[in-house]
Design a protein. Structure first.
Length: 565
C-alpha cells in the first residue's frame, strides 16, 4: 500500500510558517472545514478537506468541522450525515469540534444589533429588485437607499420586529452601511439578514430571520478562534468584507486565505448542477458511481488513500486550472495495485470442454492473491473438465500476432495448464461460437511446460461447475466533452446535451470465481486483465452479485509522464 507522500511546500504553508515564526496567535494553528449541508460533497471538497485537516495535522494544530447552515430551504439532515461520513472515510476526525453556524444564531443576532447601535447597519425596505437596481454595476457606482439614514432606535425596533415575525418575506432586510460607491460590489451595503419562513433542520421554526453567508461565515470563524480561514478563489473579492466585520466588531482577527478550486476534466463541480442530475433522474442518486461525489466514488471503488494522494499531487495554487481525469485514475491504480486481491472473472463467457480431462475430477490449484504483497498469501481455485474463458480469447480466423486461442493453437490457462484447441462448434441461430473443445497437457500443472516450449498467450478462466453468476457495471466519463460547461455555453446548448450515453454499461451473465461469494463492499479486487472492481454497496445482496469497475488497467497518465521524461 502506498505510504502518505511528504507534504509539499505551497504558499499557504509558507504563510503559516511565517505566522508561527513571528509568534502570531501565540504560534497556534487552527483551521476549519465549513461545508453548507445542501448536497453531497464532491472531489473538489475532498481537496479542501485534505488541505484543512492536513495543515492542522502537519502544524500540530486543530481543524474544526462546521456546517454553515444559514439557508433552511436548501439544507437537510441527510446531507449533514453524509458529509460527516465522507470526512471520516477520507481519514480525518474533528473529535469534539463539531459546530454549526446555527449554534451561533443568537450571537450573530447580537452582533448585528451591535452594528446597528454603532451606526454601521440599517433596515432597508427596498424590495430585492430595487436593491439590485440601486447596487450599480462594475462600471457604475451604486445609489444609497432612501432608508439608509434611518435612526438607530428605529432600526433596532424594526430588526427586533423582523425577528418576531411581524413582516412578510422580502418586506425588509438588514444591510451593512459601508460604501455604495466602492469599486468592490461586495462592499456596497451588503445584506446581512433576510426574512425567511422555513423549517430549519436544527432550530425548527425558532427563527424567521437568517444571516447571510458572508456575515455568518466571518463571525463563526472568529467565534471559534480560527487562525487561518482557507477558502476558494471566488471568495477573494469577499475578503475586504470579511475583514470589515471583524474590525468593526473588534473581534478575533481570523485571516482568510484563498486558493484555486479543483476543476476536473469530463465532469462538473457545481452542487447545483449535480443536484440537477439527481433531481432529473439522469443519475440514480448522489452516490451514483458516475458522480464526482465522494459517496459516488466510494461506491465505485475509490480508496481514501488514492484520493488523498491525488489531493497532494495536484497541490495548492493561486490560479484556476483544470486537472486531467487521467491523473486521478492513475492515483487510484497505483494504490489498488498494492492492495487489491486478484481474482478471475469472465465477463463474456464461452464454454471450453477439455476432452482428455477426467469427467468427474475436480482439483484445487494454488493462485497468488496479490504478487505485490507477499502477506496477501494464496487461495485455492477449483479446476474441472469444463471451464469458461472470455469470448474475445478465441478466434476462428485469427489475425497476425493474435496469441490467444484459435483452431490448432495452444495457450496457458492462468494458474492451471496448457490447453490446445482441437475443435469448435457454432450456434447457427446467432452465428457465434457456442463451445470450444481442447486437450490439456497434464505435465503443465501450474501453467509451466516441462519441456520449456514457448506459449505466448495466457487466458483467465472459471470452472463451469463452480462459477458464480454476477452482474458487472462498466463506467466511462459522465460527459463527452472535457469542459462540458464551456462547450454548452459556446454552442448555446444545454449542459445535459453533453452527457455521455455510454457512461454506464451493464453486463449480465458474467461468471466469477467461487471465492468472490465472500466479497463485501469496501474491499478492492482486481479481475485479471479487466481492471479493478468492488462489490456495489447498494444493488448487491446475497445471491445477486453486482460489481462496479473502479478503473481499467490501462494507465493513460503513466504514459503521459513517461513521454515528459
Amino acid at each position: 500500500m502506498n505510504g502518505e507522500r511528504e507534504a509539499t511546500t505551497n504558499f499557504i504553508r509558507e504563510i503559516i510558517t511565517a505566522d508561527i515564526k513571528s509568534g502570531k496567535n501565540g504560534g497556534r494553528v487552527q483551521t476549519r472545514f465549513p461545508p453548507e449541508p445542501n448536497g453531497y460533497l464532491h472531489i473538489g471538497h475532498a481537496k479542501s478537506i485534505c488541505l484543512n485537516f492536513g495543515l492542522a495535522r502537519d502544524f500540530n494544530g486543530l481543524c474544526n468541522l462546521r456546517f454553515d447552515d444559514t439557508n433552511p430551504i436548501r439544507e437537510d439532515e441527510e446531507f449533514v450525515e453524509s458529509i460527516q461520513a465522507d470526512v471520516r472515510w477520507l481519514g480525518f476526525d474533528w473529535n469534539d469540534r463539531l459546530y454549526y453556524a446555527s449554534d451561533y444564531f443568537e450571537r450573530l443576532y447580537d452582533c448585528a444589533g451591535e452594528l446597528i447601535r454603532r451606526g454601521l447597519a440599517y433596515v432597508d425596505s427596498l424590495n430585492a429588485e430595487e436593491i439590485r437596481a440601486y447596487r450599480g454595476t462594475l462600471t457604475e457606482p451604486g445609489r444609497e437607499s432612501p432608508y439608509r439614514d434611518r435612526g438607530v432606535d428605529e432600526n433596532l425596533d424594526l430588526f427586533r420586529r423582523m425577528r418576531a415575525g411581524e413582516f412578510s418575506e422580502g418586506a425588509h432586510v438588514l444591510r451593512a452601511r459601508i460604501d455604495m460607491k466602492s469599486p468592490n460590489l461586495n462592499m456596497r451595503d451588503p445584506t446581512l439578514y433576510r426574512i425567511k419562513y422555513a423549517q430549519h433542520h436544527r432550530t425548527g421554526t425558532d427563527w424567521c430571520i437568517f444571516p447571510m453567508y458572508d456575515f455568518a461565515h466571518s463571525l463563526s470563524d472568529s467565534f471559534e478562534k480560527i487562525t487561518h480561514s482557507i477558502c476558494t478563489l471566488e471568495f477573494e473579492d469577499h475578503r475586504p468584507l470579511y475583514d470589515w466585520f471583524l474590525e468593526k466588531l473588534e473581534m478575533f482577527p481570523s485571516r482568510q486565505i484563498e486558493f484555486a478550486r479543483l476543476n476536473l476534466s469530463y465532469t462538473i463541480m457545481s452542487k447545483r448542477l449535480l443536484q440537477g442530475l439527481v433531481a432529473s433522474g439522469r443519475v440514480s442518486g448522489w452516490d451514483d458511481p458516475r458522480m464526482p461525489t465522494i459517496a459516488g466514488m466510494r461506491r465505485r471503488g475509490y480508496s481514501p488513500e488514492a484520493i488523498r494522494d491525488f489531493a497532494d499531487r495536484i497541490g495548492v495554487a493561486k490560479r484556476d486550472s483544470t486537472v486531467d481525469l487521467a491523473l486521478l485514475e492513475h492515483c487510484l491504480r497505483e494504490d489498488l495495485n498494492q492492495r487489491a486481491l486478484r481474482f478471475m472473472a469472465v465477463l463474456d463467457p464461452v464454454k471450453v470442454v477439455i476432452t482428455n480431462y477426467p469427467e468427474n475430477q475436480v482439483e484445487m490449484l494454488e493462485a497468488v492473491n496479490n504478487p505485490e504483497d507477499d502477506a496477501a498469501g494464496t487461495r485455492q481455485v477449483p479446476f474441472s473438465r469444463e471451464i469458461y474463458i472470455e469470448r474475445e480469447d478465441f478466434r476462428v480466423d485469427p489475425p497476425k500476432k493474435y496469441f490467444r486461442l484459435s483452431p490448432g493453437s495452444e495457450i496457458r490457462l492462468k494458474h492451471a495448464y496448457y490447453i490446445r484447441c482441437v475443435d469448435f462448434f457454432m450456434d447457427e441461430a446467432t452465428g457465434r461460437v457456442k463451445e470450444i473443445h481442447c486437450t490439456y497437457d497434464p505435465e503443465s500443472r501450474g501453467g509451466w511446460s516441462p519441456d520449456n516450449r514457448k506459449v505466448k498467450g495466457t487466458s483467465h478462466w472459471v470452472s463451469v461447475q463452480h462459477a458464480l453468476d454476477a452482474q458487472v457495471c462498466l463506467f466511462d466519463t459522465l460527459f463527452t466533452d472535457p469542459d462540458p460547461q464551456a462547450r454548452a455555453a459556446a454552442e448555446e446548448k444545454e449542459l445535459y446535451d453533453f452527457l455521455n450515453p455510454e457512461s454506464r454499461k451493464v453486463l449480465t451473465g458474467c461468471k466469477v470465481e467461487p471465492a468472490l461469494k465472500e466479497a463485501v463492499p469496501g474491499e478492492y479486487y482486481q479481475f485479471l486483465r479487466q481492471g479493478y472492481f468492488c462489490l456495489d454497496s447498494v444493488e448487491s445482496h446475497p445471491g445477486n452479485l453486482v460489481f462496479n469497475r473502479s478503473v481499467t488497467l490501462r494507465d493513460t497518465w503513466a504514459r503521459i509522464e513517461n513521454k515528459l521524461k
